[in-house]
Each structure stands twice: as structure tokens, then as C-alpha cells.
Write a protein that binds this ligand. Structure first.
Ligand SMILES: Cc1cc2nc3c(=O)[nH]c(=O)nc-3n(C[C@H](O)[C@H](O)[C@H](O)COP(=O)(O)OP(=O)(O)OC[C@H]3O[C@@H](n4cnc5c(N)ncnc54)[C@H](O)[C@@H]3O)c2cc1C
Length: 387
């Protein structure tokens, strides 16, 4: 289904699908089993222009927009949720922030190498003791004459330990809580920064995740993005974009699980017939179909809104959180149902179902948990009391 995609958007989908099938699928099983992050794949994605959808041409981008970006992310995630994460690290997190809040110098310095994958990005909000409640973060940035000194640590950060640049959130005025948070664009080789990998996790084994420690890290004044105290506003802007990508990837995983399960149900014979003849299998497939179709449409709508902010007249946070919540739940549901339809073969590693089952769980956590998305959605339900 083309869903009114432009010719260019349809070409992006074709290129992403082809690359996912030819450039990622042949090695994805071995890479995941070996916990191998293959930067050649990221560089190939860069060559295809996958990290340039939101930036103008003068920085090396195409400015095709968020709908194109979500279509590409969806296709990559169908083969590898791990390499799907790179859309946020190379593009949605850092570029969107610098384009909206950065200086010309910051944009010119950081965006081109992220688009070409000569730099590897990360964004760091989460800490060991603060996840959903980001305003309680403990990492500080103390102002000094010529800049800031960062101290603290970040946990569960995608792209670590291979990140070369990062957008780091820290408190410049902790007592003011969310009004005292600031964002910094930082070279990860700055003295005092240590990156360590988290080696044991459920899935996304080709997507590095780790911890960053900041010990008296001196950064120049021009490392700050926007003004001191702008960090929370910047983080919300960023999360709208990173959540949308997450929603797109989860819709891709839901669709892939459906496709694999449908094919298997046609092939697998029990009681002298294909198991797709059994009504209970049809029920499972029908529900998986509805869930992934709904997830995809919510993603397309939210992406279209982000690309048409002047028509929409305001931030489409409600639609993005709706797509993120629904997509994550649809991916987990579809992977779970696919596991059942595949029986023992789902539990084994011959088919990728167990990998999608593990990877899909991340979508319910990252970029704000499913509960947090429901909280954001429900904020819109309070009616003003009269009188
Ligand atoms: C693979 C992976 C990659 C990640 N990558 C990054 C990254 O690149 N950068 C980054 O900054 N972070 C990253 N994270 C961290 C992720 O964003 C956080 O884990 C997430 O925001 C949840 O925080 P938490 O784990 O501390 O859970 P908590 O906030 O401790 O939540 C625990 C539980 O309580 C619930 N809960 C909390 N508050 C409420 C509330 N108000 N109402 C209802 N329920 C609530 C949550 O839904 C959850 O079920 C990553 C995490 C993973 C697993």
C-alpha cells in the first residue's frame, strides 16, 4: 500500500527495503549472536542518505522530512531493530536539537559528520537513579569563567561506547529542577569522559548500550545548546522526534512478525492440513494484522503532522505519544503471537522470531515507557472547570 506516498518517499522505502534485505539480513543473525556492532552497515546507511532526511542541503541533508525518515526506519527495523536505533543517534536526537536550538557554528560542525557517519552520536538523559523522572537527574554542569564543568554519570545510553559526539543533559541549577536543566553538545573524547559498555542485556545486541561517567569534564561555553535552563524544553523537542522513530520501528517489527507468521501458518502442516486453516490461528493473524496496520497509520499521521507544523499549528506530541504507545504494544503483541504460531520453531534460533520477541520489549521502555506515553496522552483529557 502506498498511502499517498510521494514518488521520492516511495523511492526511499524501496532503497531502505533493498538495503535491509541485501545489506543487513545476510549477517544480522550472526552479528546479533556475536554482539557485534558493524559500523560498515552504519556507513552504508549514511551513503544511502538515511541520516540526512531532516537537515538542509548546506549541511549535507535532503530535507525530505520525518515521513521519509520514518519509512526508512520502519524498513530497516523489519530486518534489524538494532540498526534501526541508529536513526535516532545519527539524526533525530542531535540534528533536530541543533537545527531548532543550536548556533550556526554548532550545526556546521556537528551535522555533516553525523549525516556521513564520520561521527557517531548519542543522547544522554537517563541516569542510574532517574529514568522517567528526568528533572531529578543528578549530573551537574557548574558554570566557570570560560565554560562549564560536568560531573555525574549516565546509564543505558544507546551508542555508548562507540559514540564520538553526544548531546548531554545536566543540571546547571538543580534547585530549579526542570527549569535548571541544560543541554550540551559535547565531543566524547573530552578529557574526563569515560564510556563503558553494558554487555548483558535482553536484545538489541548489535546496538551498543552503555554508561558514561563525567569526572570534572571541562567544556567550553559554546558547548551549551540554547541558554542555561533550556534543557528540559530541548529534551521535550528531541523526544517528540526520537519517539516518532521508535514508533515507526515498532510498527515495522509488528509487520515483519505478521508476515513471518502468515507465511509459516501457510507452510506448516498439522492434522493433515496447513495450520492457517484453524480458526484460532486465523484469529491470531487477524488481530496481528489489525494491530500493525493501526500502528503504521498512527505513525504516518504523526510524521505527516511533524512535517506540516505550520498547518497543524502546535506540537503534535499527543499524536506522537499515541503512535509510540500503540506501536510498542503492537510490536510486543505481534512478536508474542508469532512465537505461539511458530511453536517450538519460534523458541529456537533458526527463525528470527525469538530475536524480534526480545528486541520488541525495548520499545515499551525507550524514549519514555508505555506508562509515560499514556500519562502524556491522558494530560489532554482534563477539562477546564467552569466557575
Ligand atoms: C536498550 C535501551 C536503550 C536506551 N537508550 C537510551 C538513550 O540513548 N538515552 C537515554 O537517555 N536513555 C536511554 N535508555 C533509557 C530509557 O529511556 C529509560 O530506561 C526509560 O526512560 C525508563 O526509565 P527507567 O528504566 O529508569 O524506569 P523508571 O522510570 O524507574 O520506571 C520504572 C517503572 O515505573 C513506571 N513509572 C515511572 N513513572 C511513572 C509514572 N509517573 N506513572 C506511571 N508509571 C510510572 C514506568 O513506566 C516503569 O514501568 C535506554 C534504555 C534501554 C533499555
Amino acid at each position: 500500500m502506498d498511502f499517498g506516498l510521494t514518488r521520492e518517499q516511495a523511492m526511499v522505502r524501496g532503497a531502505a527495503r533493498e538495503f535491509a534485505q541485501k545489506g543487513i539480513a545476510p549477517t544480522v543473525g550472526d552479528d546479533e549472536r556475536g554482539h557485534c556492532y558493524n559500523d560498515k552497515i552504519v556507513k552504508e546507511m549514511a551513503k544511502l542518505g538515511f541520516f540526512g532526511f531532516i537537515a538542509p542541503e548546506r549541511y549535507g541533508g535532503t530535507e525530505m522530512g520525518y515521513l521519509a525518515a520514518t519509512i526508512a526506519a520502519m524498513e530497516i527495523a523489519k530486518e534489524s531493530p538494532s540498526y534501526g536505533v541508529t536513526f535516532n543517534l545519527q539524526m533525530n536526537a542531535i540534528q533536530s536539537v541543533l537545527l531548532a536550538f543550536g548556533t550556526e557554528e554548532q550545526r556546521a560542525r556537528y551535522i555533516p559528520p553525523l549525516i556521513s557517519a564520520d561521527a557517531y552520536g548519542c543522547f544522554a538523559l537517563t541516569e542510574a537513579d532517574t529514568g522517567s523522572d528526568i528533572a531529578s537527574m543528578l549530573t551537574t554542569a557548574r558554570e566557570i569563567d570560560d565554560g562549564f564543568v560536568l560531573n555525574g554519570s549516565k546509564m543505558w545510553i544507546s551508542g555508548v561506547p562507540v559514540a564520538t559526539v553526544g548531546i548531554i543533559y545536566a543540571m546547571t541549577d538543580p534547585e530549579k529542577r526542570h527549569r535548571g536543566m541544560s543541554a550540551f553538545m559535547i565531543d566524547m573524547q573530552t578529557p574526563g569522559i569515560e564510556q563503558c559498555a553494558i554487555t548483558e542485556k535482553l536484545g538489541l545486541h548489535s546496538s551498543p548500550t552503555g554508561e558514561i561517567v563525567f569526572a570534572d569534564v571541562r567544556v567550553p561555553r559554546d558547548a551549551i545548546v540554547g541558554k542555561p535552563g533550556d534543557g528540559f524544553k530541548i529534551a521535550m523537542h528531541m523526544l517528540d522526534r526520537t519517539r516518532l522513530s521508535c514508533a515507526a520501528r515498532s510498527a515495522g517489527v509488528a509487520e515483519k512478525c505478521f508476515d513471518l507468521a502468515k507465511h509459516y501458518a501457510n507452510e506448516r502442516q498439522q492434522f493433515g492440513q496447513s495450520i492457517i486453516n484453524f480458526q484460532m490461528i486465523q484469529d491470531q493473524l487477524a488481530r496481528m494484522w489489525c494491530e500493525h496496520e493501526a500502528a503504521k497509520l498512527l505513525v504516518f499521521k504523526a510524521a505527516w503532522m511533524l512535517d506540516n507544523l505550520e498547518k497543524v499549528g502546535g506540537r503534535p506530541t499527543l499524536q506522537i505519544s499515541t503512535a509510540k504507545y500503540y506501536g510498542a504494544e503492537a510490536a510486543v503483541m505481534a512478536a508474542n503471537e508469532a512465537m505461539k504460531i511458530f511453536g517450538s520453531y519460534g523458541y529456537g534460533t533458526e527463525y528470527p522470531i525469538e530475536r524480534f520477541y526480545r528486541d520488541a520489549k525495548s520499545y515499551q521502555i525507550v524514549e519514555g515507557t508505555s506508562n509515560i506515553q499514556k500519562t502524556i496522552i491522558a494530560r489532554n483529557f482534563f477539562e477546564e472547570k467552569k466557575g
